[in-house]
Design a protein around this ligand. Structure first.
Ligand SMILES: Nc1ncnc2c1ncn2[C@@H]1O[C@H](COP(=O)(O)OP(=O)(O)OP(=O)(O)O)[C@@H](O)[C@H]1O
Ligand SMILES: [Mg+2]
Length: 269
């Protein structure tokens, strides 16, 4: 896969900083998600130099529901990056879900501009993800907090896209109900590598539902490979469940949750 090396560098850049020579050399991507906000800084050569992320619930269904809360987080993450890099961040690319209307895309822009960043580009999320993956023909499936989104690529161009409301939140709700634990406990449980087998056993029907969404949308579209991205795809073995359910080979890159954030930053260049 094309962006493997960059994804590893992006993961490393959450904790380690690569020095930059000047503010002019830094390109920023701001990913405003339902579950998390991620700022990724690259140098001129598109190498990740520093990233910051925070879990948040200030966005819903791709829309900003808490303008000031979102702004406070973006400002805080920007400041942390500036301190780490010793440089001022002045411009950023942002992304919106496919089909977002201009008014809603405008809100994303205003939030980021209110943090003293020039928005140089607004890309759509699957296009950003494919900057990293470089899929020519196949489907890119993004499973985040709220939804399962999918985009079919032919010859490197997005030709079909869909988004349906089943995501990581639903997985947590199933764990919560089944085990009589809080949502926060369910989120922690889901992320605990030692609990993967048990968690996957319990949430298999939710993942099968996500796979059935994808299967339905790609039927008759000649898709012969599936790429999984987004935070929910950190679940070990999710790609095997998808392959079995759909009958088309599914794979995921290292750090699937960083694909879209990295791609947004790459679009800034
Ligand atoms: N290690 C993990 N194992 C399983 N799920 C995880 C893990 N880490 C994060 N998640 C889940 O991933 C989801 C968030 O994914 P991501 O950061 O891609 O979403 P987002 O971009 O903020 O949301 P959306 O794309 O829906 O707007 C959450 O439901 C979170 O619980
Ligand atoms: Mg997302």
């Amino acid at each position: 896969m094309k962006g493997e090396r960059l994804l590893n560098a992006a993961a490393l850049s959450l904790t380690e900083t690569r020095p930059v020579s000047s503010s002019d050399d830094v390109y920023l991507g701001v990913d405003l998600g339902t579950a998390s906000i991620v700022l990724t800084a690259l140098d001129r050569e598109k190498r990740p130099v520093a990233s910051e992320m925070e879990y948040a619930s200030v966005i819903r269904d791709g829309l900003v529901v808490d303008y000031y809360g979102t702004m406070a987080i973006v400002k805080r993450l920007k400041k942390r990056l500036e301190d780490r890099l010793g440089a001022n961040l002045t411009r950023a690319a942002i992304a919106v879900p496919p089909g977002t209307n201009p008014a809603d895309a405008g809100t994303h822009r205003y939030v980021v501009e209110a943090c003293n960043l020039d928005v140089t580009r607004i890309v759509d999320e699957p296009t950003a993800a494919n900057e990293v993956l470089g899929v020519k023909d196949g489907v890119v499936v993004d499973i985040g907090g709220g939804t399962t989104g999918l985009t079919v690529f032919k010859n490197g161009e997005a030709v079909y896209t869909a988004d349906e409301p089943t995501g990581g939140t639903h997985i947590s709700l199933v764990l919560m109900g089944g085990r009589h634990i809080t949502f926060e406990e369910a989120e922690r449980l889901k992320r605990d590598p030692a609990m993967t087998r048990e968690v996957m056993g319990q949430v298999k029907p939710v993942i099968q539902k996500m796979a059935s969404i994808v299967k339905h949308h790609i039927s008759g579209r000649n898709v012969d490979n599936i790429w999984l991205v987004g935070g929910t795809c950190l679940l070990t073995g999710i790609e095997d469940l998808f392959s079995d359910e759909i009958g088309v080979p599914a794979s995921k890159p290292a750090h699937p949750h960083l694909v879209t954030p990295l791609g947004i930053a790459m679009s800034c260049l």
